[in-house]
Design a protein around this ligand. Sequence first.
Ligand SMILES: Cc1cc2nc3c(=O)[nH]c(=O)nc-3n(C[C@H](O)[C@H](O)[C@H](O)COP(=O)(O)OP(=O)(O)OC[C@H]3O[C@@H](n4cnc5c(N)ncnc54)[C@H](O)[C@@H]3O)c2cc1C
Length: 517
Amino acid sequence: MTTDILVIGSGISGLTYAIKIAEQHPDLQLILIAKDELRETNTRYAQGGIAVVSDFKQDSFEKHIQDTLIAGDGLCDSEVVKFVIEEGQERLRELQDWGTLFDTQQKELHLTKEGGHSEKRIVHYKDQTGLQIQEALIKKIQSFSNVRCLENHVLVDLITDHHTKTNHQKCYGAYVISKEKEEILTIGSKATILSTGGAGQLYNHTTNPYGATGDGLGAAYRARVKIEGLPYVQFHPTALVPKVNGSTFLISEAVRGEGAVLRNKKGTAFMASYDSRKDLAPRDVVARAIAQEMTATDAAFVHLDCQCIEKEKFQQHFPTIYDTCHHLEINVPKEPIPIAPAAHYFCGGIAVNAQSRSQLDGLYAIGECSYTGLHGANRLASNSLLESLVFAHRAALDSSTFVTTEALEDDFYEALPEWEGNPEVSVEKMKQMTVLKNRLRKVMTQYAGIFKADDDLNKAEQKLSAIYLETLELYQKLKLTPQFCELRNMVSVAYILIKQSQHIKTNQGTFYNADNA
Ligand SMILES: Cc1cc2nc3c(=O)[nH]c(=O)nc-3n(C[C@H](O)[C@H](O)[C@H](O)COP(=O)(O)OP(=O)(O)OC[C@H]3O[C@@H](n4cnc5c(N)ncnc54)[C@H](O)[C@@H]3O)c2cc1C
């Protein structure tokens, strides 16, 4: 297959990008792939909302910029912070034009507050903002005849000079497995857009869905593209402790924004002894405080006390959280919610410029898989959906020009080499992949979680090396499957995270190594 543009990922970043190109360039052909159904993304689980300055009487761009820089703890790119925040309102309006609903009060957007924000500026739809956005974008993308969506198609590798034996230093598309046919397709494209989301699945406890295995990062790493800031993993402070259908469910920060208070096993509200912003301090501060309280009181969780929120208000503003807790027989807001931190967001990713271009010509990265410089060492709550919108727009402007001025002939893309691999599938060996994935998660959780130490990072490196060798042995013998692709990527991403962590000598934002303190 060949196309003008290949988009990999159907979350807010991939779909926003694809809609913009499809709408403004009906002459360009797009293929958009997703490893599961289009709607199975991190985006759909976003509860809190999008941080956008809209009440200019109380709020200002400057305040939002300052809050972002403070959370990022010295590692943000201030120019990027400025343009992302200033362009937010226009991007939000587009989302509304495409059919996304947000809560309003007296015809104005209803705004909430989250940790690290000095003003109320989170635009939301109940506690289902992500789902609302995801559904509206899917509906919109399906209205274009120049976009072909392929669900259940999994990125294997980016096609580069390594495969074509050329030296143009470009990305030429991707090898992709169709889950249904179990065959590897070659998709040639003039521009390739990675919007593959995060890698929370590297840890035992994560708010991310099963598919968040860092596939785009792994593929970019194999294509020798620069990856930055991976050690800055944000742990969300308040994930519900009992699992829901085998997954970790998030209790939105907006619940604390409405006044809920964290209490330890003894019932003490402890945040004041860690930070003057108390329960609404940035996430890294709150997550570390909770982890410390759990250790000090020998408890597997702390409590989120929501009694100050009226039942009707709770039910109206947080219907999903309310229903989920009641299903587990937690009578909110009267009864406290047992919570603990969980891996939530990768601040680092594929290094890109202000147009979302990676270092490899023809390869763009948008959304959680990218590193733009907005988040620095710690993402300010609700800034990631905003980042996705702004960079999808910028990537669309840049890549449409890139594609139309592409010098390589169509014949070149039509003659790309097929994937070469092993045909053998062994059920026994397939089971080993699940074992290896679980081993990797255990290593990362034990040695590279909220608190790190030099010795622990070295142990993690050794254990990962063993997992890598076992993975390599399987790779040399077996047919590539989607599960295998995930394992390969998880090993690569974990390895980069550990190696980059070993070089960080200053604790900033989400990164904390006890030996640096
Ligand atoms: C529970 C939860 C709550 C959150 N709440 C908020 C919030 O309130 N506000 C906020 O700003 N942010 C929030 N976030 C973060 C935010 O949702 C994500 O950062 C954002 O949605 C990422 O969007 P994305 O488009 O980059 O990737 P995603 O939405 O994760 O989409 C990734 C896409 O890539 C595809 N993909 C992945 N690997 C492959 C592969 N190998 N082959 C083919 N396709 C592939 C997936 O199928 C999917 O379609 C939350 C995250 C979670 C998990």
